[in-house]
Design a protein around this ligand. Sequence first.
Ligand SMILES: Cc1ncc(COP(=O)(O)O)c(C=O)c1O
Length: 263
Amino acid sequence: MSVLKIPYGKQNINEEDIKAVVEVLRSDWLTQGPMIERFEKTVAEYCGAKFAVAVSNATAALHIACLAVGLKSGDILWTSPNTFVASSNCGLYCGASVDFVDIDPKTYNMSLQALQEKLDLASSMGKLPQILIPVHFAGQACEMEKIANLVKPYGITIIEDASHAIGGEYKGKKIGSCAISDMTVFSFHPVKIITTGEGGMILTNREDLYKILIRLRTHGITRDPLFMDGESHGPWYYQQVDLGFNYRITDLQAALGVSQMKR
Ligand SMILES: Cc1ncc(COP(=O)(O)O)c(C=O)c1O
């Protein structure tokens, strides 16, 4: 008897994708070349967001998104329990504690009632979170407007974990537009909608966050005199102003991403 095996995931790679990657292999840039900016611009324009920062994976994206808004030891992050470990680990990386807002059994997304109840309780105990990460489960958008209305009075930052939701829409806008959030994160792991092998991206409309994210992606290093201690000594000169990471994506991956975005 033959057994039908259903794979956990199966990426879709065509000849155009292969050509795009080979072109980069023959070019002068394997990392931090022109394809990364092109990939960022392609995704930002598609989603209708102002800024995009491509990184090595969505876990890294969630980590620096939390750092960019200053999440630290003693702080609290809430997310959905129906997700992958990365949506909560990003809080732990920053030294914060993590708690979960239960899901709606009809949508598998964050329950508005559970959120309301948890906010009321946390507010009475003085234990409100600094960050809320709703997860758009399997491409289905969370009730973002209602979530935002509930958390806004408390000044809570919203980071959308849209790791499996690029291409999804909410109220006529693409997920990733950040119309109702501070940042949105995508994953480009092969089980996601489009792939770059490994890869992730943060979208935002806030220039202040964009500038921090760009630095944190590359060791906390800047060449912008505006952020330096003292004067710049020329275009080659850089300073490390934050403790950042090497969370860069390669040009090879970005070329695959640009090609995948065409479909
Ligand atoms: C909801 C969610 N968030 C974050 C991630 C982490 O993505 P990555 O593998 O790109 O780090 C995943 C991956 O499966 C995910 O499903």
